[in-house]
Design a protein. Sequence first.
Length: 89
Amino acid sequence: LLYDFTQYPANGRALCETRDKCLPTLRTQSSAMWSTEKKRFLHGEEMLAAHCFPVTEEFAKAAGTPVLRVDGLANTHLCKMAGNSMHVA
């Protein structure tokens, strides 16, 4: 499961993925996505990968594009970019 600790509904609990395993909506403030599988918060690069941005060789090959280099960008900036983007598939 993934939980977004930056989106607290009125009942005080973090939003989590839906029953059909869809991610919660990523927003520009979504910098605290907790993965119960990985037992850690997701990195901004992983959040971009969730939108199918070619940040890995695997995604780039599937898209037929070069790898999107995000080296040198702060994790907070990557999270904001992921939250301010739309799914590319």
